[in-house]
Structures are given as C-alpha cells and as structure tokens.
Design a protein around this ligand. Structure first.
Ligand SMILES: [Cu+2]
Length: 190
C-alpha cells in the first residue's frame, strides 16, 4: 500500500473510532437512564402500592352479599369503624343521601350495577371511579360538618347530569347518638 493510502486508512479509522465511542456513550446513557427508571418505579411502587383489586358479581349484587338494599348506607361496624356502602346505577346513587361523622375516618365501599360511574364529594378529597364488577374502597376524613354535594363525575349516559347524591357531615357525637348497633343510616327521607 502507498504512503498516501496508509494515511487515508488511518484517518478514516480514527473517524470511525470517534463515532463508535460517541455512540457507545449515548447507549450507556440510555441504559443508565433505564436502570434509574426501573429503580425509581420499583421504590415508588413499594412506597405507594396500587390499590388491591376486589371483584363482585354485578348480576347478583341485589340478591346477596354486602350490597343488598338493607345493607346500604352508613354502618358503625363491631370494631367501631364507620363504613359507608353504596351503589351507583343509571341515574342515581343508593342511598341518595349519606350520613357521616366529622373528624372520624370513614371508609367507603361502593360499586356500580350497570355502567361506569363515579363520584366526588365537594370540599373533600373523596373521588372515586365505580366500575361494574369491582368494589371501590377508600378511607377519608371529613373535617367540617355540613351538607356536601356528591355528583357522578363519569359520563354514564343521557341522564348523567341529573345524577347527584348528597353527604351530610354530622358532628361526631350527634352521629354516634343517631347510630344504633347493626343499623344502616342514611338521610334519605322515609
Ligand atoms: Cu353516573
């Protein structure tokens, strides 16, 4: 090979090597980023695990199990916990008016019978989606007494905009005075 040919070969080799090194750095950065993402999501999920999945058969909800009509409403359980059970259907909540105590953790257990519904309770962080076949549950504390609106916030059909419930937040002592063992409370007029 001539001297000039030698020189050209060396120069192109240097260019190729430089390009390969830059590419190797880019690939290592990408791998490093992916490893950081794996570690971050692993730690984050361990710290804030996704809510567990609890299923229920929407075809037999009204016949048996915890969502039968006379078990809906607010219950003070044997262990003293306040649990509100309700169902959502086109286009109402059952019960339509919920009673809860202020300043005490309240656990909601709810599901939908027909389509996807959901609700928010104003001036609180209660916000949940209700999917047929699944039990949605969350615990929250209402800090102030008073009446709150509880609209359905998932479009569920033509009657969606008329789908509203109410929540009456009572003073904890007033609530306890009204509650009787084993009874389900609501503020639906009888
Ligand atoms: Cu709805």
């Amino acid at each position: 090979m001539s001297a000039l040919g030698d020189h050209v070969a060396h120069a192109s080799e240097a260019v190729a090597e430089g390009a390969e090194r830059r590419w190797a750095i880019v690939v290592m950065l990408i791998i490093g980023l992916l490893v950081v993402m794996v570690i971050f999501t692993g730690v984050h999920w361990a710290a804030m695990p996704p809510s567990r999945v609890e299923t229920v058969d929407p075809r037999t909800l009204h016949i048996s199990g915890e969502f039968v009509e006379n078990n809906l409403g607010t219950a003070v359980e044997a262990d003293g916990k306040v649990v509100v059970r309700l169902i959502a259907q086109q286009y109402s909540f059952e019960p339509q008016c919920l009673v809860v105590p202020a300043g005490v953790p309240v656990t909601f257990r709810a599901t939908a019978t027909d389509a996807i519904h959901g609700f928010v309770v104003e001036k609180s962080n209660a916000n949940v989606m209700l999917v047929p076949g699944f039990v949605a549950t969350f615990t929250t504390t209402f800090n102030k007494t008073g009446e709150r609106l509880m609209p359905c916030h998932e479009y569920c059909g033509t009657g969606h905009e008329a789908m509203w419930g109410r929540v009456q937040v009572l003073d904890a002592n007033e609530f306890l005075a009204k509650s009787k063992a084993g009874e389900r409370m609501s503020c639906v007029p009888r």
